[in-house]
Design a protein around this ligand. Structure first.
Ligand code: GLP
Length: 531
């Protein structure tokens, strides 16, 4: 399934209309399957405009509607027959004899369904099927059920659908209790399908569609078996309200994101054991989920994720099924990913680099972490992708790394490596400014290093020059491998801003866009929300 996320309903309608238009350009006598409901209205009015301006021609088009209430008189203001005439057929040059809608007035509905199915076949089958989606996951009127009828059939509407559709009728009592609808197999036989969804009230079902396996209780998931389906949705339907959780060694951070707007943030101390972490996360979710109408929870955690189990050295997760443990306790969709991946996603959605499609995030902290985003998606493999701190920057006489290799990049360019190198240089140069500062303050950290640089300390300058040299070589290599639109740097040393960026840019031998994260430690929770 291909997914197109549009900024708003206007864009969604335009994209969908353009797909129909290109179908008609390629095959002017196409058989188009049509949906009713409020979702395709914008697309229908664009198609009418395009027809009026001569851009597209419907004179050879054959149209089959998905469904119709049963029983219903054609002239009833809520019949799909009337809907189609009012909203499309009266506005385009389609021949009335080429428009087909199941007959809600039929005395023998079973015969009507068989005849409808036969007619579709006789016309060569559907080339392009347009679909909306019900809040309960129905397509056409294929309601959630233990087993689904495959061909055009008479069906009972669920309470949920009657309630959702009552907005078009004077009261819910007036909504017909049955409908005639193309079956799932009728729909899946279409050569191409576009599925439209807009508005926050569709965000839950869109998540079910994308996250659930194929199952008959969300009939739209069966579309995943079709080779050519495009889901076109707006940001409201795609994102909904989400909670992001970023588990760190010290704190767990929370961020509620509605579309792309941050509505709430919070932080708690990280409990000591795995169950304590899960309970603390679930308590917070229960506290806020109703207020913010949260549908999805994304969790970022340090460590490797293998077959749903987390292995983290700094947390009590030694093969721990975090996603399952949280999902078992709350009735929401939960997704877990590596924290650096989440931070990279946060950067590309919320950061100053939100104009990029491809990005590499490099976190210069205790070690070097990273997240790789290509085409606005996190890059994953089963083999722990993104361990950029462990590519070899110095193959000969390289420093030993706890990972077992020698010469890893993080041994030269993490914030810790810088502090360690400056500390060693200071001890060998007891008359240096840095040595004086270090002994005065009884410690050494990034701030003191930059204070020494500001004071013109030659010893610190020499170490920093080397640090920048290795940093630049690493960044050039990442740029060569991934060809990102931007490399974003985050973590300890990057809080120095231009004092890092300016010498780094001067050292780079490639024209690479490098930026310092504007989100820093908040990127993880924000990105987790968008998993
Ligand atoms: C109706 C129709 C469906 C339609 C769905 C969503 O009941 N039978 O074909 O896709 O509900 O309607 P809307 O677009 O108004 O949300």
């Amino acid at each position: 399934m291909r997914i197109i996320v549009c900024k708003n309903y206007e864009e969604l309608s335009e994209k969908a209309a353009n797909i129909v238009a290109s179908q008609l350009t390629l095959k002017p006598d196409s058989v188009i399957g049509r949906a009713t409901g409020s979702t395709p209205l914008g697309m229908y009015s664009k198609l009418a405009e395009m027809n009026k301006s001569g851009e597209i021609d419907f004179s050879d088009v054959i149209s089959f509607n998905l469904d119709e209430y049963y029983p219903i008189q054609k002239e009833n203001s809520q019949s799909y027959d009337k809907f189609m005439k009012d909203n499309l057929f009266s506005k385009i040059n389609i021949k009335p004899e080429n428009t087909h809608i199941p007959n809600g007035e039929a005395t023998d509905p079973i015969k009507e369904c068989d005849e409808y199915e036969r007619l579709i076949k006789e016309n060569g089958g559907i080339d392009l099927q347009i679909l909306g989606i019900g809040q309960n996951g129905h397509i056409g009127f294929n309601e959630p059920d233990a087993s689904l009828s495959s061909r055009t059939h008479l069906t009972n509407l669920t309470e949920n659908t009657i309630k959702a559709n009552s907005r078009f009728f004077a009261s819910s009592d007036e909504v017909p209790r049955q409908a005639l609808t193309m079956g799932i197999a009728t729909i899946l036989k279409a050569r191409k399908i576009i599925l439209l969804a807009n508005g926050a009230n569709k965000s839950r079902v869109v998540s079910e569609l994308l996250n659930d396996g194929i199952n008959t209780s969300v009939p739209a998931t069966l579309l995943k078996t079709h080779p050519d389906v495009i889901l076109i949705c707006d940001e409201d339907a795609y994102y909904g309200t989400r909670l992001g959780v970023d588990i760190g060694g010290t704190d767990i951070k929370f961020a509620v994101v509605d579309k792309k707007e941050v509505k709430f943030t919070d932080k708690i101390k990280t409990p000591e054991n795995a169950d304590g972490i899960v309970n603390a996360i679930c308590d917070k979710i229960n506290e806020i989920k109703d207020e913010y109408k949260i549908k999805n929870v994304g969790i970022g955690t340090p460590g490797e994720i293998k077959n749903g189990l987390i292995y983290a050295s700094n947390l009590p997760f030694k093969g721990y099924p975090l996603e399952k443990a949280v999902s078992d306790k709350i009735d929401l969709f939960v997704t877990v990913d590596n924290d650096a991946n989440c931070a990279a996603l946060g950067e590309i959605i919320f950061g100053s680099t939100n104009d990029c499609d491809n990005l590499v995030l490099v976190t210069l902290g205790t070690g070097i972490g990273g997240g790789i985003i290509m085409n606005r998606q996190i890059c994953h493999t089963k083999n722990n992708m993104g361990e950029i701190g462990h590519f070899i920057i110095k193959p000969e006489n390289g420093r030993k790394c706890p990972c077992g290799q020698e010469g890893c990049w993080e041994q030269y360019c993490s914030s810790n490596a810088l502090v360690k190198d400056v500390g060693e240089a200071a001890k060998q140069n007891k008359d240096s400014i840095i040595y004086k500062l270090m002994t005065e303050k009884g410690t050494l950290n990034g701030e003191i290093i930059f204070e020494a640089l500001d004071m013109g300390c030659e010893v610190t300058k020499a170490v920093y020059k080397k640090y920048i040299f290795y940093l630049a070589r690493g960044i050039e290599s990442l740029a060569n491998i991934f060809g990102p639109d931007c490399i974003v740097l985050a973590g300890g040393v990057t809080l120095q801003g231009d004092k890092l960026l300016a010498p780094l840019k001067a050292e780079l031998k490639k024209d690479i866009r490098v930026e310092i994260s504007t989100l820093q430690r908040n990127a993880g929770a924000l990105g987790a929300a968008m998993l």
